[in-house]
Design a protein around this ligand. Structure first.
Ligand code: PMT
Length: 410
């Protein structure tokens, strides 16, 4: 048992609902205990079809609860006492059905009754088929729970038990625990949502070719890691990159600028701080050829290009504008002048200017930035993207807090 972990002596209700990911709940239960938590597992009836209560009893050393009307259990610690006992409720895996119950405020089984009665922090790790995840009913239920400050962890995308490939697979136990830690460690961004765009976009020419740029995504991913460490709920919308998703981050992978705009708009309502680190292609081929273009003169000279939507400008203009909107400016000359113009033209609160001439910055591990606000410009020393991201997130969380306290931007 780790005496110094953030979970030491914490009393955790681990809700387990009926999905194939139940087997991963065993690892979560064991890891919570190893980190010093006192864990009581509460199972839905459906969950007992996947894993027996005895397994969780052996892992936690505590009685497993699964019935609201069990006289023996109620004679012990009744469900209201259990709700008062908990420092945290984590439901993992959390099925679409349970999400619906929790959003409606049902108290039809022990888990939903505890969720309703407890006033401790609550978190859930969704696990379901990709179509169930995408269903507007599920998304509406999740939105309701987010508005009640439920910490959502995941889901991941990938191969699902049903054979589908897509978003809906429960996050790995290590990611769930990392996300809980960042939330419960109560950093300056705890309870707030940060959305970051990162990487390039790919604008298809034909099935084989596309327009893109040199962005690797490293800057945006470093910012996402820093935001998680400060306790934020982090939504990372990235074009195609070759980077692992940082622990505790909800990653939304897109390809084109238009995909990115759609992904951003779909969850902008919940966002407090938006950071546009992505190198979004400003242009795209007017038409995408259905077959690989042959190297005829006309094909090569007739690649008509049209303008892509400006994602961050639309964020800034949105009725759901986040309290703080921060952009990046990739320039090769007159850096501050051009960056300041973008700050004004795009309606941003800050812009981070970087000189990308001579192949620097893109895909590099180091960077050098100027932090440009409406009132002044701060010249920051060269540093690693990780270190600059950490300082930048500290700086922006202070600015966000000022706005919240002054009420200027609520
Ligand atoms: O990803 P790395 O390899 O780590 O490199 C980091 C970086 C150089 C990509 C990063 O530091 C950076 O400068 N990102 C912004 C690149 C860019 O597109 O700059 P811009 O000046 O063209 O765009 C200005 C702002 O508008 C940016 O916030 C950009 O995300 C946003 N934008 C631009 C065009 C568009 N269609 N939609 C947008 O949202």
């Amino acid at each position: 048992m780790s005496q110094h972990s953030w979970l030491n002596q914490k009393r955790v209700i681990l809700g387990v609902t009926g999905g194939i990911a139940c087997y991963k709940a065993c690892e979560i239960a064991r890891e919570l205990g190893r980190l010093g938590a006192d864990v009581t597992v509460v199972m839905t009836k459906a969950a007992t079809a996947f894993v027996t209560p005895l397994t969780f009893q052996a892992l936690t050393g505590n009685t497993v609860r699964h019935s609201l009307l069990d006289p023996k259990s109620e004679a012990g610690m009744g469900h209201i006492e259990l709700a008062r006992w908990a420092d945290l409720i984590l439901v993992a895996p959390c099925t679409a059905n349970t999400i619906a119950h929790l959003a409606r405020g049902d108290a039809t089984d022990l888990l939903s009754a505890l969720w309703l009665a407890a006033d401790c922090p609550k978190a859930l790790a969704p696990a379901m088929n990709q179509n169930m995840w995408a269903n507007p009913a599920t998304q509406a239920n999740l939105e309701t729970l987010r508005e009640r400050h439920t910490l959502m962890i995941g889901p991941d995308s990938g191969l699902q038990a049903c054979g589908d490939v897509g978003l809906g697979r429960m996050s790995e136990p290590s990611i769930i625990l990392a996300a809980l830690e960042s939330q419960l460690q109560a950093g300056p961004l705890a309870g707030l949502t940060v959305m970051i765009t990162a990487g390039p976009t790919h604008e298809p020419i034909d099935p084989v070719r596309y327009l893109t740029n040199r962005s690797s995504g490293k800057m945006g991913f470093a910012i996402a890691r820093a935001a998680v460490r400060l306790g934020a709920r982090v939504l990372l919308v990235s074009g195609p990159v070759d980077l692992d998703t940082p622990d505790g981050v909800i990653h939304i992978a897109v390809e084109t600028a238009r995909d990115m705009l759609e992904a951003v708009k779909s969850t902008l309502k919940t966002v407090d701080l938006f950071i546009g680190a992505a190198a979004v292609c400003d242009i795209r081929p007017e038409t995408v050829a259905t077959h690989k273009l042959k190297k005829t003169t006309s094909n090569l000279s007739m690649l008509a290009l049209i303008e892509n939507p400006d994602v961050i400008h639309q964020v800034a203009l949105s009725e759901e504008r986040p309290r703080l909107v921060v952009g990046f400016a990739a320039e090769t000359e007159m850096i501050e002048t051009h960056a300041r113009r973008k700050l004004e033209d795009k309606g941003l609160d800050f812009i981070i200017a970087n000189d990308v001439s001579n192949g620097q910055i893109f895909n590099a591990d180091d960077t050098k930035i100027q932090l440009v606000s409406h009132s002044h410009t701060e010249e920051w020393p060269q540093g690693s993207k990780e270190a600059i991201a950490e300082q930048l997130m500290q700086r922006l969380s202070e600015s966000l807090l000022e706005r919240t306290e002054n009420g200027t931007k609520i």
